[in-house]
Design a binder for this molecule. Structure first.
Ligand SMILES: C[S@@+](CC[C@H](N)C(=O)[O-])C[C@H]1O[C@@H](n2cnc3c(N)ncnc32)[C@H](O)[C@@H]1O
Length: 236
């Protein structure tokens, strides 16, 4: 099946869908994340604004939008302005008969009714990671029934895992009692760091450590590969 993976990031969601046998194309706006995604799976991804792409040739869409506001009129200011629309709303309005829209769980319960909450631990015994997936899709077979927290597993791998185990109990490194390596973060997200990721792009003029932060961010913001694979396998 031809799937467009919107907000492709470093390609983790796309990799899972490819492992399920699908022909995927990722669309990502950030050149650094796109650089990484080119080295993941088929590397089939395009540097583009996902909201401006012609999606008519795709049978299905996977969208993991950032939790920010999208505005065609301006990029700053009051997000509730008439000029601003929400990435999430935009994704949920896509008319494809197979549609997965993935996002974080909000504190206010009523803000979460647009989809079903899953914990990544229902797909593989690796981490607690609660996310909502809405749209139109077949419910995948799960290892276990939903629980917000499985006490034998670490919390979510975050985008700032490089900070180590400060005081935030929701951080995986706090649970392990030490800073996690990039490889360990990737392991919990269900893939191996491509060695070429360690080399920044030619136009990277910042420090090596800042590049490493980019990698942590790309991994922590990604969708666990084993999750999208299971959703994709329902159509394999
Ligand atoms: C939650 S991350 C996606 C993670 C990705 N699906 C993965 O599994 O690795 C959201 C991504 O959307 C990207 N993004 C933000 N606005 C975008 C736009 N208009 N078009 C394409 N990508 C965009 C961000 O740069 C970020 O990498």
């Amino acid at each position: 099946m031809k799937i467009a993976v919107l907000f492709d990031g470093a390609g983790l969601a796309r990799l899972g869908l490819e492992l399920a046998g699908h022909d995927c194309t990722g669309y990502e706006l950030d050149p650094n994340k796109h650089y990484l995604s080119k080295m993941v799976g088929s590397g089939n991804c395009i540097l583009a604004d996902a909201t401006k792409v012609d999606l008519s040739n795709y049978s299905a869409i996977w969208a993991s939008p950032p939790c920010q506001w999208l505005s065609s009129a301006r990029t700053q200011g009051n997000p509730k302005s008439d000029f601003a629309i929400n990435y999430l709303d935009w994704c949920l309005k896509l008319s494809h008969s197979i549609l997965w829209v993935e996002n974080i769980v909000q504190l206010k319960t009523e803000a979460n009714f647009w989809g079903k909450v899953y914990n990544a631990a229902q797909f593989a015994n690796l981490q607690n990671r609660n996310r909502i997936i809405g749209g139109r899709y077949r419910i995948p077979r799960l290892l276990k029934s939903y629980k917000k927290i499985y006490s034998d597993l670490c919390p979510c791998i975050t985008a700032t895992e490089y900070k180590g185990c400060a005081s935030d109990k929701r951080r995986a490194s706090r649970w392990y009692g030490r800073r996690l390596t990039l490889d360990e973060c990737a392991y919990h997200q269900g893939f191996k760091v491509p060695r070429k990721w360690l080399l920044p792009p030619k136009n990277w003029f910042d420090s090596d450590i800042k590049w490493e932060y980019q990698l942590y961010e790309a991994i922590g913001n990604g969708v666990p590969v084993y999750m999208t694979q299971k959703f994709g396998e329902e159509y394999s």
